[in-house]
Design a protein around this ligand. Structure first.
Ligand code: GN1
Ligand code: MG
Length: 391
């Protein structure tokens, strides 16, 4: 192989002391931020093949990539010491003992083991989603005794919905690309939901909710599954492990798990929030966390009560992030075509709208699972005004 990417990958792998010859690579297109490759090697000694994951970190998003690598070191070590994961992420080190490498083009690289597995971008199999829920619940449990003071805040205010929305509305006022006029309806809908989706932040500020160590990017495709048995192997993408709210992890997961369409679906009539898929994920996630006996680990009444709000919050927050990126010239998320971020934003808003219509059921499903199967028929809508509103 003589192409430019192969040459760069070979240089990176050499820096991480990978032995043998680079025989191939494939770009992995999942993920909206970093650039990821599977690299294949043939060992010079016995000729065996081995693959790795080489990843170029997006330093526009992660302004200080050394911080994420320090977090990852601590987190993977903590999880590995528990010995509960079937497969663990393991990052390779350079000659000087660093788990990252900056090459001559100024790009920041890291390299970890390749785990043969499958992931799901869209999934309508409740059993798979139940397992994904269990995997994220397990992850939450593995980190429940992790010393949060070891963690750096890799992206400040990552899930500070209030700040995200303040920035969106600032950018709408400034309108640097002259695009705001085209999205009046979307802006109005976000404004309409504003007081609802900033409620979790207010409860946190009032001390009615506490921070845990959370993953903060719990899309279902961040769980690796065994190819044949579809058993979850491990949770990946540890860049945003930081102190956070468990409802955000739950919420981010269900907005991806229970969406009947892709995150960037343009046919909005295909975008629905499926309550059966939601229930399946919730059974895995809440069921896993509820099984613990320690008071510090188990979910509080308040957390259970605001799980569904976490889903609506993260969905609207993400819609606002996509929309803001579109309004300011598409610099944050990778895009495949002009208007990609706008399509993503509209899809998330449609999903949010469907959630508001099903909000009462979403809350009672969580409550039912957390109480071990007791049915609740009398749950009131969080804010009745939300019902049936369409973006
Ligand atoms: C980004 O790169 P990826 O796909 O793992 C983003 C998440 C969003 C997600 C939406 C650091 O995650 O917050 O939910 O896209 N990650 C960062 O698909 O901003
Ligand atoms: Mg990510």
């Amino acid at each position: 192989m003589t192409d430019r990417i192969a040459a760069e990958l070979a240089e990176v792998c050499a820096a991480f002391r990978i032995e043998g010859e680079l025989t191939g690579y494939e770009i992995i297109t999942t993920g909206n931020i970093n650039t990821t490759y599977r690299v294949d090697f043939r060992r010079s000694g016995d000729g065996t093949e081995k693959s790795y994951i080489a990843q170029m970190v997006n330093t526009y998003v992660f302004k200080n990539p050394l911080l994420i690598m320090s977090n990852i070191d601590h987190v993977t070590e903590h999880i590995r010491a528990k010995g509960t994961d079937k497969a663990c992420l393991h990052f390779h080190h350079t000659d000087s003992g660093a788990n990252h490498y900056s090459n001559t083009h100024g790009c920041f690289w890291r390299l970890c083991n390749y785990i043969d597995s499958v992931t799901y971008d869209i999934c309508n199999d409740p059993e798979i989603l139940r397992r994904a829920g269990r995997a994220f619940g397990e992850f939450q449990m593995q980190l429940s005794d992790f010393d949060a003071s070891k963690l750096h805040e890799t992206i400040p205010d990552f899930h500070n919905t209030q700040k995200r929305l303040d920035r969106l509305f600032d950018d709408i006022r400034q309108d640097p690309c002259g695009r705001a006029g085209a999205v009046r309806e979307e802006i109005e809908y976000i404004d309409f939901l504003r007081s609802t989706v900033t409620e979790l932040g207010e409860l946190l500020a009032k001390g009615e909710l506490s921070l845990r160590v959370t993953h903060n990017d719990t899309k279902v495709n961040n769980v690796l599954f065994e190819r044949h048995t579809a058993e979850p192997l491990t949770v990946i993408d540890l860049d945003t492990v930081m102190p956070g709210l468990v409802m955000h992890d739950f919420g981010d997961a269900v907005r991806s798990a229970a969406n009947t369409a892709a995150e960037d679906e343009r046919d909005l009539s295909a975008v629905r929030f499926d309550l059966d898929l939601y229930r399946a994920f919730s059974e895995g996630f809440i069921g896993r966390i509820s099984r613990v006996s320690s008071a510090a680990q188990s979910l509080t009444e308040r957390e259970i009560d605001t799980m569904a709000l976490g889903a609506l919050t993260i969905t609207v927050e993400l819609a606002s992030r996509f929309l803001d990126d579109w309004l300011t010239g598409d610099r944050y998320f990778k895009t495949a075509y002009d208007g990609h971020n706008l399509d993503r934003a509209r899809c998330q808003l449609r999903l949010a709208s469907d959630m508001t219509a099903k909000y009462g059921e979403m809350r009672s499903i969580v409550k039912e699972i957390a109480s071990g199967g007791r049915k609740f028929f009398t749950v009131k809508l969080h804010k009745p005004v939300l019902i049936g509103q369409q973006p």
